[in-house]
Write a new protein. Structure first.
Length: 635
């Protein structure tokens, strides 16, 4: 439908939204179309917009995604344009070429007034007939949001005959349910066949026709002139209170047994979910901190190299002309179009960021930071504190999955997942696309690193404690028995798991404390974890433009006295949870999959958009326990 609505950019690329996600708008639930179908993308390709104005430069991230299993033809990242309505007419965009496209989904709507139930195409066909019947012009603009033609016709007729003033417009409401597969497909429920479905407990003979006690007739509808109704009971609040009925033949069925339905598909069975469910959509997002490393070839130098190469200049000439800024091998690889056979794992990629923050000094316009005097913080077992005054983070959406998430390493390595979970690309061009949608965020943060010797000594000491070993063994077992392969393979040992839980929990209590003492809403903060088996043990807590407080307030807390007070207060607050003693004494695991121990919303859990791990692998006892807590000596 050719109508515009303004929406927030974070719904276009975020931890919960992106290409092919369902977003809620004032006009109804819409599904964002693939990137190559956006008017913005088409305008770039047709030369109506200058791509240079939208390019996000992060050569380090670009090289990572240009691996063999990634995007070998990728040229640049395009910044998502600001979605802004025309100030004089809110129903049109301020710049048509800078908009994205979306369609109504789910496409089935019902009327709360007359109970009519139909597909959007059929609703529009009925609406055209009704308005033309009353001598009016059928305009799609007036049909958005969709309106009930039955109620409109009744109101028009009764008003003309009886002289009464009845309400003309009753806006239609979308159903709450859709169907998804592990391969990333999504579709509407076959509502036109539901009122005739047979429910029994026999074994299914054909997975495409009968699943979990439900048998569909895929050949015939209930009657020729089907007229469905969506009837909600006032007595029952569960699915038995929703009935799909046909006014013509009176065949009907409740939605009892609805979530047990499976419809066969060569790529895995479709199953019903709520359109607002987390399992409906998982974006594959890859983010990167900008590092002014100077080792990757810049776009400007790439253009110069190509010009020299076309003129027949050799590698030696190009190398000297660029002031020996790059290696001859990297220049030769660029000219030959060489694509890396190996993908760069997430931990390896973050290790470069970690080492840069520890070893380098930067006053680049996109990364400005200073180490903080550490006299007061060494007693806490911390190794380094850095105030990051300016930070650039690039986030790219490369794909999405449904039903279960897929981590970056699984996607970039081309790994096949046993449970049939497959990623779908953001563009119909797949991995051959030349552009990917991205956002560029500028902000500030605090980088915190634990002392290497102290954390190694702590691990050696605490693994002699029986209670600690039992807790870590339970948590490791729960992770390895998870249905998600990315979680099964996350930790190589209990030692690695203990490091991760310690630093991740520390990050969460600091985020909560910054909210309590400094006025930062936890939704405006994010974490970036730097943890592996033995080389990294740090965390970056940051906020970016577009959220509260990205004007120096967070970086100003990276002062030895201020941060010591924040850390001490956070640790003391962690000793007192509203759910204790139940929360603290948990040993078998709590939360989704039992992946947390002493952690709940009263003490450690934060909004999921602020956490990298979906609020998993948390245990405050590793910080404060009197027998094995890392900070037990300062409490």
């Amino acid at each position: 439908m050719p109508k515009y609505t303004e929406t927030q950019s974070r719904k276009v690329i975020s931890s919960y939204g992106g290409v092919e996600s369902i977003i809620e708008t004032p006009l109804g639930a819409l599904k964002i179309e693939p990137f190559n179908l956006w008017p913005f993308f088409k305008a770039i390709c047709e030369g109506k917009l200058d791509p240079q104005k939208f390019i996000i430069e992060d050569n380090r991230l670009l090289r990572r995604l240009q691996s063999l299993h990634g995007f070998p033809k990728l040229e640049n990242f395009l910044a998502i344009p600001t979605d802004q309505a025309n100030p004089r007419n809110k129903s049109v965009p301020d710049h048509a070429n800078k908009s994205i496209s979306a369609t109504y989904f789910p496409t089935w709507f019902y009327c709360n007034n007359c109970k009519g139930f139909n597909n959007l195409k059929d609703w529009w066909a009925l609406w055209k007939k009704v308005v033309q019947k009353h001598g009016e012009k059928a305009e799609k603009e007036k049909f958005i949001p969709p309106k009930c033609p039955y109620c409109y016709d009744k109101a028009k007729t009764s008003n003309s005959k009886e002289g009464k003033r009845r309400r003309f417009y009753y806006e239609l409401e979308q159903v709450r349910f859709v169907m998804t597969t592990p391969s990333g497909d999504i579709r509407d429920i076959p509502w036109e066949r539901w009122n005739k479905v047979k429910k029994d407990n026999s074994e299914p003979e054909n997975s495409e026709e009968k699943e979990h006690g439900l048998s569909f007739d895929w050949v015939n509808l209930c009657c020729e002139n089907q007229e469905l109704q969506y009837i909600k009971s006032t007595k029952f609040s569960d699915l038995t209170g929703i009935r799909i009925s046909c006014k013509k033949c009176n065949s009907n069925n409740t939605l009892s047994g609805f979530f047990g339905m499976r419809i066969g598909n060569k790529n895995g069975a479709f199953k019903p979910v709520l359109r607002t469910s987390n399992s409906c959509y998982y974006p594959v997002m890859i983010s990167s901190i900008y590092l002014p490393v100077g080792k990757e070839i810049s776009p400007e130098d790439e253009r110069r190299i190509l010009k020299w190469s076309e003129k027949g200049k050799d590698i030696e000439f190009i190398w000297e002309a660029l002031d020996e800024k790059y290696t001859k091998k990297s220049i030769d690889g660029f000219i030959s179009g060489e694509v890396s056979e190996e993908f760069e794992a997430e931990n390896e990629y973050r290790l470069k960021e970690y080492r840069f923050l520890l070893d380098e000094k930067s006053n680049n316009t996109n990364l400005i930071y200073d180490s903080v005097n550490f006299n007061l913080l060494s007693i806490f077992g911390l190794g380094l504190l850095i105030a990051i005054k300016r930070l650039k983070v690039t986030t790219v959406q490369v794909a999405y999955t449904r039903q279960e998430p897929l981590n970056n390493d699984q996607f970039l390595s081309g790994e096949k997942i046993k449970n049939k979970i497959e990623a779908k690309y953001t563009s119909e061009w797949g991995n051959q696309t030349t552009y990917l949608p991205a956002i560029e965020s500028f902000g500030e943060g605090i980088f915190l690193n634990l002392d290497t010797e102290k954390i190694d000594h702590w691990l050696t000491d605490v693994f002699m404690n029986e209670r600690f070993r039992v807790r870590m063994a339970h948590l490791l077992q729960n992770s390895q028995s998870s249905d998600l392969k990315s979680i099964q393979q996350k930790f190589q040992s209990e030692n690695h798991l203990a490091r991760f839980v310690l630093i991740h929990t520390l990050s969460h209590i600091l985020i909560k404390e910054l909210e309590f003492l400094c006025g930062y809403p936890s939704t405006s903060l994010s974490e970036r974890l730097f943890i592996n088996q033995d080389q990294m043990h740090g965390v970056l807590i940051y906020t970016v433009a577009g959220t509260e407080g990205s004007y120096g307030g967070l970086a100003s807390q990276a002062d030895d006295q201020k941060f010591a007070r924040i850390l001490k207060s956070a640790l003391y607050r962690a000793t007192d949870c509203a759910s204790d003693p139940i929360c603290y004494n948990t040993e078998d695991g709590q939360g989704v999959g039992g992946l947390n121990l002493s952690a709940c919303y009263s003490c450690c859990l934060i909004p999921e958009n602020a956490c990298e791990e979906f609020n998993s692998f948390l245990d405050r006892s590793l910080l404060i326990d009197r027998e094995y807590g890392y900070f037990r000596s300062v409490l």
